[in-house]
Design a protein around this ligand. Structure first.
Ligand code: GLC
Length: 459
């Protein structure tokens, strides 16, 4: 396959490739795991990681996302660890090279400016941010789900001989990141977000109530770049975007001061993605502390806080862990793939399994990012329905660890089928497997190599 550097071209290539897959789908001849020959797909996945490698850091996909994103980068490290341990550690080290003095690891690091993305470093205006300290690398002013410690632990386990020294060097930065999260985002016991982008699930229905409460007056005129790369029906709406930018301006006007933002932002939502990924990372950080001979008491205290806080996300009506608006106390009423991260976080209830089984029954390709039975469901629109390989990776591994083998196997098989038949897309329709968003996507390739491929050694 020819090298694709433009995302739109890449998505087009996926579409062409899919004409055959669609026919196969109609004839119900979808690939079985046993029928997949992993070799060419593994090779393609490695090619994508190298293609998106900008020299020490990896972009999610060229064109649509031309910078280093926080949790994308941690997944890139997981993928690199299957064939280049040194490069895997370098990815994490570059990410933490952008850490602020207060411990925050930004959601975007703007290494080399690119006009193809909005909002850029100038719009974020973090130059004088409170907490940034001596950090010179331009960045956004918010963070993203803290998967880095968990994935660093996976990278370590893939090659302990090389990994121990690298993990030891990264360890204090990982601890500082979590100390910042617990101080700046955990006032309700669960971990909350100050912007939908912080959850990594930009337009999830979990934020609808809080977003509706924002009147986006005073947003400076701007041009969206995302819809120049990807079909608008697969992206957030214009109303969402106005509010995203309004919230960026809100933070910038307060010099990204966490205390000021927490005091009066209309958007403050406790989030299952942040809470469960943080909980899991703290458990893995605890293991790292033991390995390195560090004291884990502080980490254990944070785990206890989050275990209790996670229960504030349990909605007895939907029987799922959900986003909860801290300004109103209301649940979103949204059963999502973030709800299914509870097992990854080491938290569960018997009713959560019933809810999961219901979602799996009504879905052709698991896991949908939002329950197909829910009123906001849209099978192609980003985080309101589509399947995301990274969420499947975390959810299914947590399930397997909790003894939910059938559910975990189903999710892994569906992930492998989608990628094998539809390519390394950003996300997929749970209805018919349509590949959506950007193509040649880093984290889809990484998850393939580390877990979904029949050749994966188990991550
Ligand atoms: C989108 C996704 C987010 C991801 C970013 C880069 O904003 O919602 O989770 O980190 O793209 O891939």
């Amino acid at each position: 396959m020819a090298v694709q550097t433009d995302t739109r071209a890449a998505a087009g290539a996926v579409e062409t490739m899919n004409a055959g897959a669609e026919a196969a789908c109609r004839e119900n001849e979808m690939t079985d795991l046993a029928d997949i020959n992993p070799d060419p797909l593994d090779e393609e996945a490695r090619r994508i990681l190298r293609l998106n490698d900008k020299g020490g850091y990896t972009v999610p996909t060229a064109g649509l996302y031309p910078y280093q994103w926080n949790w994308d980068s941690a997944f890139a490290a997981l993928g690199f660890a299957t064939f280049d341990t040194d490069r895997a550690w370098q990815e994490l080290e570059t990410l933490f090279g952008g850490q602020w003095d207060n411990g925050m690891v930004p959601h975007i690091l703007f290494h080399v400016m690119d006009d193809g993305y909005f909002p850029g470093a100038d719009v974020w205006g973090t130059a004088n941010a409170v907490g940034r300290g001596g950090q010179e690398l331009p960045s956004s002013g918010i963070s993203q789900p803290p998967v880095a410690a968990s994935l660093a632990w996976k990278v370590y386990k893939a090659d302990p001989g090389v990994g121990e020294a690298r993990l030891r060097a990264l360890y204090p930065k990982l601890v500082a990141f979590h100390r910042w999260i617990m101080a700046a985002r955990a006032e309700s016991g669960a971990v909350c977000i100050t912007h939908p982008w912080e959850a990594g699930r930009d337009n999830a229905p979990d934020w609808d109530e809080a977003m509706a409460g924002i009147d986006p007056v005073g947003v400076a005129s701007y041009t969206r770049r995302d819809t120049g790369h990807v079909d608008a029906k697969m992206r957030p709406t214009q109303a969402d975007y106005d509010r995203y930018i309004w919230l960026v301006q809100f933070g910038r006007d307060r010099d990204w001061d966490d205390a000021k933002i927490a005091a009066d932002s209309p958007f403050r939502v406790a989030d299952p993605t942040m809470t469960f990924t943080c909980l899991r990372s703290l458990r893995d950080l605890g293991l790292a502390a033991e390995l390195l001979g560090e004291d884990r008491a502080e980490i254990d205290g944070w785990i206890a806080t989050l275990e209790e806080g996670a229960e504030t996300l349990w909605n007895p009506e939907t029987k799922a862990y959900e986003g909860r608006n801290l300004r109103t106390g209301n649940f979103a009423g949204s059963v999502s793939n973030a709800s299914a991260l509870c097992w990854w976080g080491g938290v569960s209830r018997p009713e959560a399994v019933e809810t999961l089984d219901g979602v799996l029954e009504r879905t052709r390709y698991a896991l949908p990012s939002y329950d197909p039975a829910g009123p906001q469901y849209d099978h192609l629109r980003y985080w309101r329905g589509p399947v995301w390989a990274i969420m499947n990776y975390m959810a299914a591994q947590g399930m397997a660890e909790a003894g939910l083998d059938a559910q975990a196997d189903r999710i892994r098989t569906d992930t492998a089928r989608l990628i094998a038949d539809r390519g390394f897309a950003e996300y997929f329709s749970p209805v018919d497997g349509t590949p959506a968003g950007g193509g040649t996507f880093t984290w889809t390739a990484a998850v393939w190599l580390a877990w979904a491929s029949p050749s994966a050694k188990g991550a």
